[in-house]
Design a protein around this ligand. Sequence first.
Ligand SMILES: [Zn+2]
Length: 478
Amino acid sequence: MTTAKTSTETLAGTPTETSTETPAGTPAEIPTATEAAKMTVSPTAPKIVRAQIMHTPQQQLAEADLQYWSDGALAFDDKVLAVGSFAEVRRQYPTAAVIDARDSVLLPGLIDVHVHYPQVHMIGAMGMTLLTWLKTRTLPEEANMVSDTYARVAAGNFVNSLLANGTTTALVFGAHFATAQAILFDEALRQGLRVTSGLVLSDRNLRSELETTPEQAYAQSQQLIETYHDYARLRYAVSPRFSLSCSDAILDVSRSLMAEHPEVWLQTHINENHDEIAFVAELFPEAKDYLDTYERHDLLGNKSVFAHNIHVSDDELARLAESGSSVAHCPSSNMFIGSGIFDMNRHFDAGIPFALGSDVAGGTGFSLFKEALMSYQGQMLLPDGYPLTAAHLLYLVTRAGADLLAHDNIGDLQVGKQADFILVRPPSGSSLSHVLAHSPSAEASLSAIFTLAREDSIAATYIAGEQRFAAGSGLSPS
Ligand SMILES: [Zn+2]
């Protein structure tokens, strides 16, 4: 097994270039955004990035309101030092180098609370609903992760894809193989991504290669927790796949791991598809509903994240809320494999925290902009849908995810938070560039970004003040 220590050593060789910073003084000395994309940021030297800036620092979805500066600036080292108008920030940091990104919109780093690493190579498997999709395409692909060579390629492509889409933090459903899981942690460590993830546990109803035993699940999870949890930006999540593929013994192992390591997270799936729910009811005849299959093993709580939860009873909602559990809302996946539309209003009224997950590869890609658009469209279609605004969408892909994952140092651009941010710059001549050039307001611009911006509009991704992706850098060759 590769280890965190090994990766730390290789971190010294990260492919960032030596700084060629140009100190700011006159506009002629300010590098363009393209030049800026090549610069390495020293965490100790304050810098300013000049751009249109937007964020939603409020604490609740209902309060989400856009705070923005049309000629804004963010001063940062590894943390946000100042944010405001360019004139104000420049006065505070008169000698800091300036990255001129006036052709870009600066947003907080995006946060994906449900995405599957071993499914990176199978996005777009059409024509199936959940159980057929799993059996026909997904599980055979996940079985390929038994090969360390294949897992390394998948991990590289997965982490690169997140960064290229502006995602700086993710709760990741991992692999069924301990070595493949370690490879993901090592790759995230190497590239600086904030990742919470874990070995996926199952012992029935999958392919035999993907099934483990309670003893092996416990031993391998323990080892991974000891190696990776709370190491740099990595955290561990105990990850029983779903009750359909887990016996009581595996769910009990999950309980033991959570009891022995109360600081780690738990992630699983629930109430996604009618056939899945009926199958789980057959497997657990003594359980009163799907949630009860987890509840009876003490798997609910404020570190537990349940993906989907589309077909949920009022009683389950009340118990989820009481336990402090959260839900990952994955609209593109829910539509792509025909599972249904998330009832946001009922979750909101019940007080259950939720944020957005791309759920690649039931989901249709890594872009949380598209995910937010799908959420908006779903709510528009429901008779009683939540009336989402662009500010709500920004909140759901930034601050909501930070709060759900208890990352109190990210999610918006307030002074003192980690400098996780992205630059959105539409390709020259694209329809988004035309819309932004004629936009009447910041809200209209943000709405257009959610509607039209995708991977090709992410110019740069910064984590803790370090540039981890730049458009055109060719980081994802496989
Ligand atoms: Zn999932």
